[in-house]
Design a protein around this ligand. Structure first.
Ligand SMILES: Cc1ncc(COP(=O)(O)O)c(C=O)c1O
Ligand SMILES: N[C@@H](CCCC[NH3+])C(=O)O
Length: 440
């Protein structure tokens, strides 16, 4: 059994995270419960940051808050000196509510609304990552109205796509994001933004995919961008201050995954950029990266209470838990794989294969197929590991199931950071039809 970060088996044979017994957590806060190992998040953040510091390279490590956004995690990101990537007014609002410095917030998205762009400008955020021609027009008109100047990166699509273990390079990448690097779109965008007073162009951004286990894709993407920088230097007399190579660094969900340490990705990126600038006789740009999953993914564990079981002789045993695709949609959406254990029976051999079913009214609501566990009883506590990224952030109220609570643990202490939704919350936004008709 692989235990991440500070997780261990304690004297009672229970799973302990951050020095806290998970049974105590389940008793106190109920299940399903997301538990985050804060020390592990801090270590990951320091792994990325210190690799830049050691090389004496100016950098920003921006936490991609889509992986898990809440006031508390953003406060931790701030404490660790990270920057922040947001992709919506909601994520931006959360960041501001957490007191995150606006100057270190970067705003992404392929269809930012007028309201979102206005909010970003009014708070004078650090950078808007402009995605398309419509956004150039829209942002320009809002900048004029507010008499503001926007610091921007242009998002480019380099034609490198990571498929976790390998890469394809395509002439013209089929992506909804960014300006294509190969068909003149980027040149047209640079030309437009350099002409307009509304913009201060800092540089370029690209993101090649997620859950990537090698450095090859980042090197390929940097190669392609730097090839172009040479042309743009003579064409526009423009040399970027910032190159943002996105996120996508992989983590270990199961034994099939073999991620690299954060510093390995960073060192390779620095080496590549340094070689390129020497070739081009250019100053070293600031390097920005945007890890999401690799900061919070394996720091998250979901605790569930075991309920019903169904055995189909010679076929399969189903074990149902008190959550499912409403709190973790990744298995249904991406056939994502996870490992699990019975948190109250950690020293009992995990050797009976069972399949973990959620409680939603959907046959596809299966969390894990064929996972080895001890003989389980109703009331046992199931821990599903590595659920910290895109778990809570993609949770939903399917079947009107309230979303779980979230707890942070560190140094033997636990703190509730997101309350469990209640049944009252479920109907909070509902209005009776008849009275609405009568009142209107
Ligand atoms: C633009 C951008 N930056 C950063 C990320 C974070 O990716 P990950 O969570 O894989 O690090 C994503 C998501 O894939 C993204 O689209
Ligand atoms: N939500 C995806 C990753 C999306 C990355 C954001 N662009 C996942 O859970 O793996």
């Amino acid at each position: 059994m692989y235990l991440h970060g500070s997780s261990k088996i304690n004297q009672n044979g229970h799973l302990e995270i951050g020095g806290v017994d998970t049974l105590e957590l389940a008793n106190k806060y109920g299940t399903p419960l997301y538990v985050y190992d804060v020390e592990l998040i801090r270590n990951r953040a320091r792994g990325f940051k210190s690799a830049f510091d050691k090389a004496n390279v100016k950098a920003q490590v921006a936490y991609a808050s889509k992986a898990f956004s809440s006031v508390a995690i953003i406060q931790v990101a701030h404490e660790e000196g990270l920057s922040l990537d947001v992709v919506s007014g909601g994520e931006l609002y959360t960041a501001l509510a957490a007191g995150f410095p606006a100057s270190r917030i970067h705003f992404h998205g392929n269809n930012k609304s007028q309201e979102e762009l206005r909010m970003a400008l009014e708070h004078n955020i650090g950078c808007i990552v402009v995605d398309n021609f419509y956004e150039i027009e829209l942002l320009n008109s809002i900048c004029r109205e507010l008499e503001a100047k926007a610091k921007i990166l242009l998002r480019v699509t380099p034609g490198v796509e990571a498929h976790t273990h390998d890469y394809i390079t395509t002439g013209q990448e089929d992506s909804k994001f960014g300006f294509d690097l190969h068909n003149g779109q980027v040149e047209k965008a640079i030309d437009q933004v350099l002409e307009l007073n509304s913009f201060e162009l800092l540089g370029f951004h690209c993101h090649i995919g997620s859950q990537i286990f090698e450095t090859t894709g980042f090197v390929l993407a940097a190669d392609k961008i730097f090839e172009k920088l040479k042309e743009w230097k003579s064409q526009f007399s423009f040399v970027p201050e910032v190159i943002n190579l996105g996120g996508g660094f992989g983590i270990r969900y199961t034994e099939e995954d073999e991620p690299l340490e954060p510093h390995v990705y960073v060192e390779k990126i620095i080496e590549t950029v340094k070689n390129k600038i020497t070739d081009l006789n250019m100053n070293m740009p600031e390097i920005w990266i945007e890890p999401g999953r690799s900061l919070v993914g394996d720091a998250g564990t979901t605790l569930y209470t075991v309920g019903s079981q169904k055995e189909i002789p010679d076929i399969r045993k189903y074990l149902a838990i008190d959550g499912g695709m409403s709190d973790n949609i990744r298995p249904s959406l991406y056939q994502a794989k996870y490992e699990a254990a019975l948190a109250n029976k950690m020293n009992v051999k995990h050797e009976n294969k069972v399949s973990i079913a959620g409680k939603c009214c959907e046959s596809g609501d299966m969390l894990i197929w064929d996972v080895p566990l001890p003989e389980a009883q109703p009331g046992d506590l199931l821990a599903v590991f590595c659920t910290g990224a895109y778990g809570y952030s993609m949770s939903n109220n399917y079947n009107r199931i309230p979303r779980p609570a979230v707890v942070f643990v560190e140094n033997g202490e636990a703190g509730l950071v997101i309350k469990r939704e209640t049944l009252e919350d479920i109907v909070r936004l509902d209005l009776p039809y008849k009275s609405k008709v009568m009142n209107s």
